[in-house]
Ligand binder design. Structure first.
Ligand code: MN
Length: 297
C-alpha cells in the first residue's frame, strides 16, 4: 500500500539523516499544523484566527516551549508568492523568527508548502525586505525544511514519527502539483464565497477515515506512534489504542487546535475567543483531551 510504503520511507529518512529529537524531563514542545497562512484577503482561511494564533505562540515562547510546525503552515497552493504571506502576517513571522533564532523552531512541509522541498524555491524563507528600514533582513537564513522527524523518549524508548500526513494520499502527494493548480485558479475564488473543496480530506469525512485507518495500521504493524495533521481532525487516542495523534488545524471557524508535550505527557488543546463575565472578549486555552503519557503510546 502506498501510504504504508511512504510512512516507512519517512521514518527511515529521518533516522538516516539523524533527524531525531530526544525527549527528556525538561522537554516542552508544541505542535501545530495546517495553519494555512495566506495573504489576508477574503480567501485567506487563517486570517480570522491570526490574533489567537499570535497570542498562543507568545504564550509558548514565554514558557520556553519549542515549536514544531507539521506542514501546510504557509498556503502556497492558493498564493504563489510567499512574500505576500509574510507581509500579511508579519507579526506571526516576528514571533517565529524569535523561536528560530533560539533553535526552537522546526518547519515541516506538507502538501500545500511542498514547493519548499526544493532548496532553490526555498529562498524567500531566508530573508525579507523590511519596508520601514528599506533594507533586506534575515528571516530564517539556514532553515531546514523537512518531511519527517522522529521523537524519541529517552526513558521508555518509545518513538513517534512526525509527518504532515499527506503521505500516500495520491492527489495530495504524487500528483500534488495538479491539485495545486486547481486550488490556485478555482478553489481560491470559491473560498471567497464560502464554498469548500469536497475532495479535500479536511472537508471529506470518508477520505479522512480512510487516512486514519491506513495510518493506524502502520502504527500497529511497526510499533511506532504517529503525530501529524493534514485531515484537520484533532485526535489524541486512548491509552492502548493505536497511537495516532493529530493536531487538527488553525483555520477552524472557532479557533485553533494543537498538541502540547510537557513532562513526557501529550495534551490536545484548543485556543479560542470567548466573552468573560464582564462581556469583554478574551483569548483562552482549554485542554480538550489528555494527559496521554509518552510511555503509554
Ligand atoms: Mn495538508
Amino acid at each position: 500500500m502506498l501510504s504504508d510504503h511512504r510512512l516507512t520511507e519517512c521514518y527511515q529518512k529521518a533516522k538516516a539523516l539523524g533527524d531525531i529529537f530526544t525527549v527528556t524531563d525538561d522537554t516542552r514542545l508544541v505542535f501545530f499544523s495546517d495553519v494555512h497562512r495566506g495573504d489576508n484577503s477574503l480567501s485567506d482561511e487563517f486570517a480570522h484566527n491570526q490574533t489567537i494564533f499570535a497570542y498562543a505562540l507568545e504564550y509558548y515562547y514565554k514558557l520556553g516551549y519549542g515549536y514544531m510546525e507539521l506542514g501546510d503552515g504557509d498556503e502556497l497552493w492558493e498564493y504563489k508568492n510567499f512574500r505576500l504571506i509574510r507581509n500579511a502576517h508579519s507579526d506571526i513571522f516576528c514571533i517565529l523568527k524569535r523561536f528560530y533564532e533560539e533553535n526552537r523552531f522546526w518547519y515541516f512541509y506538507g502538501n500545500h508548502n511542498m514547493i519548499f522541498r526544493n532548496p532553490e524555491k526555498r529562498r524567500p524563507l531566508h530573508h525579507f525586505f523590511d519596508e520601514y528600514l528599506d533594507i533586506d533582513m534575515p528571516l530564517f537564513p539556514d532553515i531546514s525544511v523537512r518531511e519527517s522527524m522522529v521523537l524519541r523518549d529517552d526513558k521508555s524508548e518509545k518513538e513517534v514519527l512526525l509527518v504532515h500526513g499527506h503521505q500516500g494520499d495520491l492527489t495530495n502527494d504524487e500528483i500534488w502539483f495538479v491539485s495545486s493548480i486547481l486550488v490556485r485558479y478555482f478553489w481560491r475564488n470559491m473560498h471567497m464565497i464560502g464554498l469548500k473543496n469536497p475532495a479535500s480530506p479536511s472537508k471529506n469525512r470518508a477520505k479522512r477515515h480512510k487516512i486514519e485507518k491506513r495510518f493506524s495500521k502502520w502504527i500497529e504493524n511497526n510499533g511506532i506512534a504517529i503525530l501529524c495533521g493534514h485531515t484537520h481532525r484533532p485526535k489524541l487516542p486512548e491509552a492502548g489504542m493505536p497511537a495516532y495523534l493529530n493536531t487538527g488545524c488553525c483555520i477552524h471557524p472557532r479557533g485553533i487546535t494543537g498538541i502540547e508535550l510537557i513532562n513526557r505527557e501529550f495534551y490536545l488543546v484548543n485556543w479560542y475567543i470567548k466573552g468573560d463575565d464582564f462581556g469583554q472578549l478574551i483569548i483562552t486555552r482549554k485542554i480538550m483531551k489528555g494527559p496521554l503519557k509518552f510511555e503509554e503510546l
